[in-house]
Design a protein around this ligand. Structure first.
Ligand code: ADP
Ligand code: MG
Length: 239
């Protein structure tokens, strides 16, 4: 579904990603971990073509189509969804109006149904978009948008950071249900080594200083938990 080949990027002439290769197939869940500042969010912004996240060289291919030069709205329409690490607030537009404009013909009933699934306080639908919402409420709003848009590729940038355990469970139950019932793939960026209690990844990647330094099965998360990322800096690792 998503193939990244030899990708190098920069922000304001500062080189960030270096030789990223990633292949996420249909119906696969991948996890991306790595120290702060290693370039995880940069990767998600580069895929969704946020302005100023410049591609120096390399290709991003989505369902066999090169998307390097598409605008973010076109990428969204192709079915790629990014849940932000820090969702923005928009004063002047209510949640409900925003959500109704997200997809043509989306029914109010559907919005209500999804909100209830996420245990969102329904009064929040009438407040300005994310304005003054708690961290957890904002993250639930991200998943609400996902349910409305029905994307094929889901990128979750720290969806679980700072959330209470009940909210994490609600969100991952919904994600697992969505994954089972829709043809999609998921890339989860997280710092949470407990993540494998909530979702079952096909592969885990470790990003460090702009490079993917290791990819492997989920048991590598146990090594991250035990030894930290420095374990993966060694030249040769046998797991
Ligand atoms: P992560 O998500 O892994 O914590 P980021 O992708 O946010 O890391 O950041 C990677 C590096 O790029 C960091 O050194 C960060 O300071 C830098 N960076 C990100 N955005 C910008 C920007 N807009 N201007 C300058 N540097 C940036
Ligand atoms: Mg980040």
């Amino acid at each position: 579904m998503l193939k990244i080949n030899k990708l190098y990027t920069s922000i304001k002439n500062k080189k960030i990603l270096k030789n990223i290769n990633l292949n996420i197939k249909n119906n696969e869940i991948h996890i991306l971990m790595g120290p702060n500042g290693s370039g995880k969010s940069t990767l998600s912004y580069t895929i969704t073509r946020k302005p100023y996240y410049n591609i120096i060289k390399g290709d991003i291919i989505f369902n066999k189509k090169k998307i390097n030069k598409l605008s973010s709205d076109k990428i969204s329409k192709l079915g790629i969804f990014l849940s932000f690490q820090n969702p923005i607030e928009i004063e002047g537009i209510t949640m409900l109006n925003f959500l109704k404009n997200l997809k043509k013909n989306i029914k109010y009933k559907k919005i209500l149904k999804y909100s209830k699934l996420l245990k969102i306080n329904l009064d929040n639908l009438h407040r300005f978009f994310n304005l003054g919402f708690s961290g957890g409420e904002k993250k639930k709003n991200e998943i609400l948008q996902l349910l409305i848009l029905k994307p094929k590729l889901i990128i979750l940038d720290e969806i679980d950071s700072g959330l209470d355990i009940d909210t994490i469970k609600i969100i991952f139950n919904i994600l697992n249900y969505y994954f089972l019932n829709n043809k999609c793939s998921i890339l989860i960026i997280t710092h949470n080594t407990n993540i494998i209690n909530y979702i079952n990844p096909n592969l885990v990647h470790i990003l460090n200083k702009g490079k993917i330094i290791f990819s492997g099965k989920k048991k590598i998360i146990n090594y991250i938990e035990k030894y930290g990322y420095k374990f993966f800096n060694k030249k040769r690792i046998c797991i």
